[in-house]
Design a protein around this ligand. Sequence first.
Ligand code: NAP
Length: 379
Amino acid sequence: MSTKSMAKLTDQEAMNLAIAEAKKGYGWVEPNPPVGCVILDKDRNLIATGYHGKFGKSHAEIEALKKVKNKKLLDGAHMFITLEPCSHFGKTPPCAVQLATLPFGSVTFGRVDPNPAVKGKGSLILRSSGMKAIKYKGDRTELDKLHDMFCYSYENTSTFVTIKIASSIDGQMALKSGESQWITCEESRLFAHELRARHGAVLVGRGTLNIDDPYLNVRHPKFKKFRGENKVVVIDPDGSILNNIQKYKISNYRSKKNIFVVTSNKIKSNNKHCQHISVSLKGKYLDLGQLKKTLFLNGIQSVLVEGGPLTVSQFLEQNEANKLCLFMSPSILGAKGGMSWTSELAIKKLSQKIALQNSTYEAIGSDILLTSYFKGAFS
Ligand SMILES: NC(=O)c1ccc[n+]([C@@H]2O[C@H](COP(=O)([O-])OP(=O)(O)OC[C@H]3O[C@@H](n4cnc5c(N)ncnc54)[C@H](OP(=O)(O)O)[C@@H]3O)[C@@H](O)[C@H]2O)c1
């Protein structure tokens, strides 16, 4: 990359570019975080960008460094990374150790890595070598969103929950008859497959399994890697489907290690076709906070909750939802014949309304996608 034609970047521009780079890894890097990196020369001209492109492959910093052919440009250069460089031997050697040997003027990172194997150690390695390692001081909203699932799950030792809804503009996600295919447009449905790819598992209630018998796999041309092997979690409080799980389509092409059926802890089973998780009851419903902790211990960092109305309402009622992806089609189904995604939620005072934050709106085909966060999603 020639520096002559390059504009000088401010810290914020460099970090925004690093964030844009990181997003190229969405769906490929999980359960690692998507990470992006930008290198400016000593005069702040852009010389390289890089991102973590695949789980187990080299990290963003190393990808950016590979692109700098003239190593003299690294003298006094400034690196911007969305996340603190790693300090441990995982699938790749520690990036911080490699960066510490280079003649950078500064390394700015967006967020401290919450993984206990790294937390603060990456920046310590840099500082111990005399390098200026700076925690980014600009607006962190986009960084928080970028690292939402990764940071939340490590900071809370609990699975991050995204609620995905396909609804009419009047909030109906199915008809009372059970018919729900399709409310939203083809483009929205394709994007929903990308969301599946980004999450550790897809979660549904047993009602959805009984009515729709969905595959819940990732069918997206960009993500052929999954071949039906993404993880699925089914909420089945009394174990009524637990012993028949092999008859449902989620069991097609999916090994039992990737199928989790959640029942109340009163249910005992020696089912050989899935993983059986049991949690306590909270009133008459399963304790979803306990479920999130248990899923995290089972290596699931995030779940995409795909319904139905009762399951979604319970995540809201128990205050255990972290993010909402609401696909709204410009159509009306009517509350009398429809099933609202908040059908089981009863808010008694306006002061108790669930207020969401950090919202974005995008047009997807003929639909609108609202992406928003629940309180407590960011630390
Ligand atoms: N438009 C969309 O985005 C969308 C997405 C998915 C589904 N749907 C539609 O939604 C309809 C199904 O609705 P639904 O409400 O029956 O389905 P559901 O939410 O998938 O399943 C409800 C069942 O799950 C169990 N459950 C869920 N959370 C629980 C908790 N915290 N504690 C205890 N039990 C819990 C209960 O089982 P028990 O009955 O055993 O107590 C409940 O009856 C279908 O028509 C489907 O097509 C629409």
